[in-house]
Design a binder for this molecule. Structure first.
Ligand SMILES: [Zn+2]
Ligand SMILES: [Zn+2]
Length: 479
């Protein structure tokens, strides 16, 4: 936005909620400022912003800006490339929640979060990385739901009189008025649902009618998820809440109408509106530049969510510092009889096994982006075949990879168990000396440590993402 006084670029200032010129000090109220780009009316009464849309040549992500600006890095894959700009029409949101948190506040919040995480790699805090926080308005669908009829539910009560049980059936109906507003879901497939959930909620009541001046100095992501995608989610949340509250009503409760029965009778009218919500966004590339971890900050409340990979060196040092004293204490406190040793080691191995399994499952879910309905929608629409192929591939590698991680722990358990078995003379009549126990315990513990390294590797996969998957967007347009 150009300053009317001196022609310099003006910015929306979250601290004062005004558009400010850093050069001559001119201040403007964004609500009364002139629109910064052409607004085009569509055939169905909807409006579009005609603004510069920048697309990353690496990953295909898109950013929209109403300023004349050069975009020199991508906020989604983290690569330093110049994004190519092109004039495009983007659906104009009805509302916007303006940024409240300034860049300085956000950098401080993020650095605090990283320093509290013991094993986070140090490059995540470097000034160069942190300076790449970018204020992006995320498109959201905001749903308002109203129930359109009363509630009717079948109920059943039972009475016992001597040897007889009487069953009473009821049909309970009640008038019920409910209005829910402000249920919101992100409408960009590039913004993962797990991240948007982690920085939720936004206070939707603080929204104001959309004006382009709020975007001065900021960007917006493009809206590529249709409003009907989340209607089922919104309806389910609201129906369940209505049923839960209605079930407490004596009319339903006394006649044995359950929540499930009441929920079936809820009918809702849903009205979606488009909103822009403020998110400070940062993509950090891993050392090999193959994956990224994201840090996002709610631009209204300051809530931080960040992927925190584990640095192997820091992890190893930390575990040694922690493990050595614990081991010494245990050895001094409990007399290590062979039996206690055997079962301690086996219990430890079982724990690693469970942890490895849980983490690996999470990694696969994330890799498949199964936790992102917005992205699922785009993938479903543009490349059913590709997605099916991905799923098949994943199934094929899932089992062998799990075995690769867990066989070591299993082997350790088996060795430990065999030595114990040998000593109890159940199978063989050889008496193992204590030395055998200690030997087996050491081998088993080493195998455990090896597994923990693999778990850290899996965890790092969980806390970093494959940026290439964003290439899925726009699949339709290129075809
Ligand atoms: Zn000026
Ligand atoms: Zn990119």
């Amino acid at each position: 936005m150009k300053c009317s006084g001196c022609g310099a670029e003006m910015r929306f200032d979250p601290a004062t909620q005004m558009v400010v010129c850093g050069h001559c000090g001119t201040v403007k109220d964004p609500f009364f400022a002139e629109e910064q780009c052409r607004i085009v009316e569509g055939s169905q009464g909807e409006s579009y912003l005609e603004a510069e849309v920048y697309q990353c040549p690496q990953c295909g992500a898109k950013l929209l800006s109403t300023d004349e600006t050069a975009v020199t890095f991508c906020s989604y894959c983290g690569s330093s490339v110049v994004l190519e700009g092109r004039l495009e029409q983007e659906q104009k949101p009805d509302y916007i929640i303006p940024f409240k948190k300034t860049r300085e506040e956000v950098e401080k919040l993020y650095k605090h979060k990283v320093s509290r995480s013991l094993f986070a790699p140090s490059y995540m805090k470097s000034d160069d990385v942190v300076s790449k926080f970018r204020g992006i308005y995320m498109p959201y669908w905001v749903y308002a739901l109203t129930n359109t009829s009363g509630l009717r539910a079948k109920g059943k009560t039972e009475e016992r009189h001597g040897d007889y049980v009487y069953t009473n059936n009821y049909l309970v109906s009640a008038s019920y008025d409910a209005k829910y507003s402000g249920l919101s879901f992100d409408a960009s497939s590039a913004f993962s649902d797990s991240l948007s959930e982690a920085i939720a909620p936004f206070d939707v009541h603080a929204r104001v009618p959309f004006k382009t001046a709020y975007m001065a100095g900021f960007y917006a992501d493009t809206r590529d998820v249709k409003p009907y995608v989340y209607i089922d989610n919104a309806s389910e949340i609201v129906s369940r809440d209505i049923a839960r509250k209605a079930a407490l009503n004596p009319a339903f409760r006394k006649h044995g109408a359950t929540e499930t029965e009441i929920e079936k009778s809820v009918t809702l009218r849903t009205e979606p509106t488009g909103g822009y919500f403020p998110v400070w966004f940062l993509a950090v590339q891993t050392r090999d530049k193959k994956r990224v971890s994201y840090a996002v900050v709610n631009g209204q409340t300051g809530r931080v969510a960040a992927d925190m990979p584990i640095d192997f060196g820091k992890y190893l040092l930390g575990s040694l510092i922690l493990a050595v004293p614990i081991f010494l204490l245990l050895a001094l406190a409990i007399p290590m009889t062979p039996a206690i040793l055997t079962f301690t080691v086996i219990a430890f191995a079982l724990f690693s096994l469970l942890l490895a399994n849980t983490l690996l499952n999470q990694v696969y879910t994330r890799e498949m982006q199964y936790d992102d309905e917005g992205l699922q929608f785009v993938l479903d629409r543009s490349s059913d075949k590709k997605r099916y192929q991905m799923f098949e591939n994943m199934k094929r590698i899932k089992a062998p990879e799990k075995i690769r991680t867990t066989w070591k722990v299993l082997a350790g358990m088996v060795i430990m168990f065999l030595v114990w078995l040998a000593n109890t003379k159940v199978l063989v009549s050889v008496t193992a000396s204590d030395l055998w126990y200690y030997g087996a315990a050491i081998v088993s513990i080493l195998l455990n440590i090896w597994t923990f390294f693999d778990i850290v590797k899996a965890y790092n996969k969980l806390t970093t993402r494959k940026p290439a998957q964003l290439g899925a967007r726009g699949g339709d347009e290129r075809a």
